[in-house]
Design a protein around this ligand. Sequence first.
Ligand code: ADP
Ligand code: DAR
Length: 366
Amino acid sequence: MACSANKSGSGKVDPEILQKLTTKYVLLQKSDSKSLTKKYLTQELFEKLKEKKTKYNMTLLDCIATVLDNHDSSVGLYAPCPDSYDVFGDLFDIVIEDYHIGFPKSAVHPPMDWGEASDLQNIDPNGKYVISTRVRTARSLKDYPFNPGLSEEQYKEIETKVTCALCQLTGDLRGQYQPLYEMSDDEMNKLIDDHILFKGGDRFLESANAYRYWPNARGVFTNPPKTFIVWVNEEDHMRIISLQQGGDLAGVYKRLADAVKELDRRLEFCKHKRFGYLSMCPTNIGTGIRASVHIKLPKMSQNEAKLNEIAGRLNLQIRGTGGEHTESKGGVLDISNKRRLGVTEKEVIKEMFNGIQELIQLEEKS
Ligand code: ADP
Ligand code: DAR
């Protein structure tokens, strides 16, 4: 059942919010920002949207505060609540169509279809290039705002509901939840260095009001081998993650699929009639899947421009090994699928598998 509503909230936008929004919008338009929000939020569209409010009382300022403070944003747009995707749909639709490489207003995301993990092979059977493989998705609980719109009480409600469902998992998915406030700095830094735990202090999220009451109601669930991980109340209500060393994409993917199906039976997730599963960021809707490898391509990575051009053609995204907005270390690249919307889970993973295979073949020929 879709959890976004079409009606706008009651009441007018506070004059001081309107003033702040207008002043900062003018500065954004004068800047050299390459963000999709600057590209598509024309003066005409700004005038049309600036006085709208969602049923959670969110405004256009709540949606674009991130790019107003960070002109170097790539997208620069977050949804503070599910109905933002409809109330500010004139902006979200065009940004989504651009980012997800063509998802026109007439498009509808297909039903969830994980396919058969056994159809996948090991990405790098000889273990020559791939250091580790990770597949994650994002999920939001139905009938709650997203991170920037949550009250302190709602953060805690989400943490309780999610951890209660997680603690019912069995087998390979059985594990333990650790609230952030119970961790020492050393414990936290070790988990971050091992790519298990999220970092804080992302300035894009900070500007979007996503760190209020931090670290309260934030934490991480892990199974003993730390191959199954769930982030609670980082950017999204949930990031469900499967991760392991090597290139066994089938095993990583099957673990995630099993986990999502189990959690789907215990929690009600927020879905949209057109966009599938909704998240705070429009880049993470639909399947919400990012399937990535940490991979060494010593020859290919000598020509960054050419590698980025090939990755673009393969609908792949290249990032640093510390996650977005980080540099690669020691020649290791984080390469993942770019598209998450308008395709099924099995199509996303196939696109990533084929793309990585082609990069490895090009590396071999270099
Ligand atoms: P997300 O991928 O969920 O959008 P980030 O981009 O912030 O979140 O990445 C989160 C963490 O996951 C980062 O520390 C990143 O290094 C790590 N990560 C991503 N892909 C892999 C991988 N294939 N192997 C190990 N760690 C990974
Ligand atoms: N940094 C923001 C968001 C990009 C997508 N990453 C997310 N959602 N974690 C930007 O617009 O650059």
